[in-house]
Structures are given as C-alpha cells and as structure tokens.
Design a protein around this ligand. Sequence first.
Ligand SMILES: Cc1cc2nc3c(=O)[nH]c(=O)nc-3n(C[C@H](O)[C@H](O)[C@H](O)COP(=O)(O)O)c2cc1C
Length: 352
Amino acid sequence: MKRYISDVKTPKVSIAPMIDRTVRHFRYFCRLLTKRSLLYTEMITTHAIIHGNRDIILGFDDFEKPIALQVAGSNPEEIYQAVKIAEKWDYDEINLNVGCPSNRVSGHMMGAVLMAYPKLVAEMVSAIREATDKPVTVKHRIGIDGRGILPEDSPKIVFDKYEDMSKFIEIVEKSKVDRFTVHARIAILAGLSAKENRNVPPLKYEDVYRLKKDFPYLNIEINGGIKTLSQINEHLNYVDGVMLGRVAYDNPYLLTEIDGLFENGDVNNISRKEVIEGLITYIEKIENNGGNVYEALRHTLGLFYGVAGSKEWRRLITPPWKKGYSGKDILEEALRILPKESLAESELIMNS
Ligand SMILES: Cc1cc2nc3c(=O)[nH]c(=O)nc-3n(C[C@H](O)[C@H](O)[C@H](O)COP(=O)(O)O)c2cc1C
C-alpha cells in the first residue's frame, strides 16, 4: 500500500486540549498572546455533539483560529455523525483523543484504552476522513497499562514497550493521519487518577524521538512536561512540533515568545497592559450579551505569573467585586494599580 505523506504543516507549538480549561474564553486569551500556535478545544464527546447544545459546545470566535476540535468517541458511525455536525463551525483540524486515562472515558472505550484497539482507531480516523476534508490528527500516549480495565481474557493487557506503540502507529497510519501527537508517558488505566496519570508514569521522550526516526515521513508532535523555550527548542531537534499543556495555563504570558519559533516568526511584543486592553474589548461583548464575565476572566488568573502584581491581579478579578463594578471597571482598575514594570513587561521570561 502506498504511504500517506501529509502535506499539512505541523505547528512548531500548539496548546493542548484541556477539559474545563481550553474553553473559548481561554482560547481567546491565548490568541492575544500567540498568533501562530494551533489551539485545541477541550475534549468533546461524540455524544455531547450529537445530543447537546451545539452552539454552546462547538461555537467559537473567529479570532481564535487556527483551532482544532478534539473529539472523543468509540464508535466510527457516531464519530462520523459528530464530525459532520461540526463541519458547520469550520474548525481547522479534527483530532481524535486516544490519550485520556480517565475511567469515565476509558471505561466507555474512549481515550487511552483505545491504544489496545488500533484497528478500531484506524476505522475512526477513516470515518473522520469521510466526514471532512480537514486535517485529521490523533493524540495518544506512548502506551497503556490496561490491568483492571481491559477484559482479563484479552490477548494483551499491558502495552508499555516502544514496539507496542510502533505497532499501534503502523496500523493507524494506514488510515492517513496528518499528525500524531504523543504524550510521552504511558497511561495507567486503573488505580491512578487522571491527574496522577499526568505526573506519575515517567516521561520517555526518547520513545517519541525514536518514533520520528522510524517513521520519518510522519508528522510527530511531542507533549508532556515541557515548560521552557529552551526545552521546546531542544525537542524541535528531534520532532516536528511541541504541544504545551499546563504551562500554557499556569504561565500564559510565556506564549508571547513562541511565535518566534515559527517560520518567519517574531515574538509577539504585546505587553500585559495591551493584553488587558484586549480583554476589556472581549468582556464588554460578553457583558453586553448578559454573559458571566468571571467565567472568562478566571482563565486569565495566571497572567502575572512570576512577576510583581500576581497576587493583586488574582484578587482583583476574583469575585466578590466592588459594588457596582463591571468587568471593564475591574480591568481598568488593574491597569491603574498593578506595578507598571509588570504591565509593560515584554522581556523574555521563559529561559529560566
Ligand atoms: C486540566 C486538564 C485537562 C485535560 N484535558 C484533556 C483533554 O480534554 N484531552 C486530552 O487529550 N488531554 C487532556 N489533558 C492532557 C493534556 O492535553 C496534556 O497531554 C498533558 O497535560 C501533558 O502535557 P503538559 O505536561 O504540557 O501539561 C488535560 C490536562 C489537564 C491538566
């Protein structure tokens, strides 16, 4: 069979799908900070897309683009249906979740447990391809320990060797995958919480580098525990792209530096003052539509991470607010009282 060689360019940096975090408000905030990186939605199940309030679940502001929709499911027909529905919103990419370790997800044959069923994953990728012309990508782990979750009579229960992952890739790539994003640790499906599964199993970046070496024609993006610009640069020596998760949420201002890693890219010289001014425009829209402004502002709590004014910023934007204050009033007060050097700062802060 002829190999599929994707002509979809891997972004040097993307912002990971994170439930309850990479919602539209956070993505808008991210887009003020980085113009070039690819932003992911949080994981959305096929069930939610098919049966839920689609405008709320799938809606986004064009300002957030480019944006990838991450779907989770286990049934090719439902995936097809969900992706067909999502076509109306014109996402830039559809990503399949094969990495979530949560019991709620894995127990329903979604997420990381699917690494034990590569043929089913391949069928799901094909179903997505049938439903859309957009790039189709897969986010997975380097392996899984399925003890306690996979049926005891399964031919194999622990998939924690490099060879297990490369077999998975060999089968799934046949369905034409534009990029594999690999979270460089296994998922332990029973006994560890989702949070522990992001910290406890050791990171094995070498397995991801080896994947790129063994499958040089595939687009490979690495994920897991990457926190600084110098670490991103180091990984880019071995793989096509880097996905940032928690650090983007906890220390978002570092995102201003990553556009410089893209072809002909420059760091985004936006100051925190300008970010807050951008937020004022955004939350005025929300306020005018009767929306909950704190729902948007809570995703910006990390804006002053590591610089003077961090505590004051968190205190200012967290309710209860001064009587009669609107979101705009709060942000204008922040511009008045937060330290000038932090508001104006645009110096590099990631190279720690
Ligand atoms: C709060 C939270 C929610 C997450 N939700 C998702 C999700 O919906 N889909 C997914 O593929 N990964 C999810 N992840 C995993 C991240 O995408 C990423 O793989 C993981 O955090 C490791 O990257 P990091 O060390 O850069 O954070 C989530 C992580 C966090 C912290």
